[in-house]
Design a protein around this ligand. Structure first.
Ligand SMILES: [Zn+2]
Ligand SMILES: [Zn+2]
Length: 396
């Protein structure tokens, strides 16, 4: 074993000695990156190429990485060419260090991240992986997904849900060499949390907390923008039931922005969809009049009656409706749909949860309200008598 490699291993062990759960995130996945610069933001980094230490990154310095071929990445420090290597690793020298990434090809996208990086060349582009502390990643996710100006308890709810999702989906990109991508396909993660200090507090206060079902499996943390006053049974949306979810009234969201909607459609278009495609019996003396006149007081799965077999979710998709929680009526040549809520209605109602937080409900109370059958656990306590929850892929 040569000295450099030994140094690398010792360095790695020291820098990761304290307990922390890490996760590998494929970042900048919206772009096919050929060239990127890593430059200083806070603290220093040590840079390794194929396990050899090739330099450090400090104030006013930058490393430029370029796709060379399917096996190699060309590395420059400033204007000095350091050669081409198969894998470049940047390791932070102290915790809470962060780094600036600037894409050069395609043109400038600037993002800041915490923790370590690994870069290889594959599929005609650079694959950039942020090997992040799970809690730092979550702070970035909560800001990217939820934005600013929310209540601390609401951010705590988001942190618990995002942590549960991350651990439950950690094999989603296994074949690409990372756990999760940074797009909405997994969870939006556009950078470290930069603008909302409350989010760091929320993540820290809920550190390790996850949602589990009655079999101690990670729960699926479904959410939507607004339930319209009643949450939806999962089987209405996906044909499968989820034991810890049911339908119930939610009065927290009914006076918020997206609680109601209205859409007008041409009578002919409506008729054509229901009669031609779903054989709605328009000439039936009992059922016929309901073609344009349906009153959905409580959420149901089908238009007018289950016997007709017209799923509301099909109507929602066809006419691009905000929700399936609507009633219909006829005005001249138009069908008027008056609806409630926005989204599928299953699980957590975001606008209701935000309102609960404003009314001083705790994150735990909010989660228990929307997911009545789940348990909250701390993975860090389980760690001592359980296997690691996260299977981190071929780390370094
Ligand atoms: Zn993904
Ligand atoms: Zn609601």
């Amino acid at each position: 074993m040569n000295g450099n490699r030994l140094f690398y291993i010792v360095f790695f062990l020291l820098s990761h000695f304290t307990y922390s759960q890490q996760i590998r995130i494929g970042v900048m996945r919206d772009f096919a990156i050929k060239k990127i610069q890593f430059s200083h933001n806070i603290g220093n980094y040590t840079v390794f190429a194929d396990s050899l230490m090739i330099g450090t990154l400090s104030t006013n310095e930058f490393f430029e990485l370029t796709f060379e071929d399917e096996l190699r990445v060309r590395v420059k420090k400033g204007s000095t060419d350091l050669g081409a290597y198969s894998k470049i690793v940047l390791i932070q020298n102290t915790p809470q260090t962060s780094i600036t990434l600037t894409t050069k090809t395609p043109v400038a996208k600037v993002r800041k991240y915490k923790d370590d990086f690994e870069v290889i060349a594959t599929n005609r582009e650079l694959r950039i992986v942020n090997v992040a502390d799970l809690e730092n990643y979550l702070a970035g996710v909560v800001e990217s997904e939820g934005g600013g100006k929310k209540h601390l308890e609401y951010y705590k709810v988001q942190a618990i849900m995002s942590r549960t999702y991350a651990l439950d989906n950690s094999t989603k990109h296994e074949n690409e060499g990372f756990n999760l991508c940074d797009r909405v396909h997994c969870q939006a993660y556009h950078s470290m949390n930069r603008f909302t200090p409350t989010i760091d507090t929320a993540v820290m206060m809920t550190q390790g907390v996850i949602m589990e079902d009655e079999h101690n499996e990670l729960a699926e943390a479904f959410f939507h923008a607004n339930c319209g006053g009643q949450t939806c049974m999962p089987e209405y949306v996906w044909n499968t039931s989820v034991p810890y979810l049911s339908t119930f009234k939610d009065t927290f969201c009914i006076y918020t922005k997206q609680s109601t909607w209205e859409k007008r459609l041409s009578k002919a278009e409506w008729r054509s969809f229901l009669v031609d495609q779903y054989q709605f019996p328009e000439n039936d003396s009992v059922i016929g009049p309901f073609l344009y006149n349906f009153n959905q007081k409580d959420r149901t799965a089908f238009y007018v009656s289950p016997v007709l077999g017209i799923p509301l979710r099909d109507i929602r998709t066809r006419f691009n409706l905000k929700s399936t929680f609507f009633s219909s009526s006829l005005e001249g040549n138009e069908v008027v749909l008056k609806g409630r809520g926005y989204g599928h209605g299953v699980g957590l109602c975001q606008e209701g949860a935000m309102k609960m937080a404003v009314y001083d409900y705790s994150a735990e109370q909010i989660i228990r309200f929307y997911f009545p059958g789940i348990n909250l656990w701390n993975i860090e306590e389980k760690w001592f008598y359980n296997q690691p929850a996260l299977d981190i892929l071929s780390f370094y």
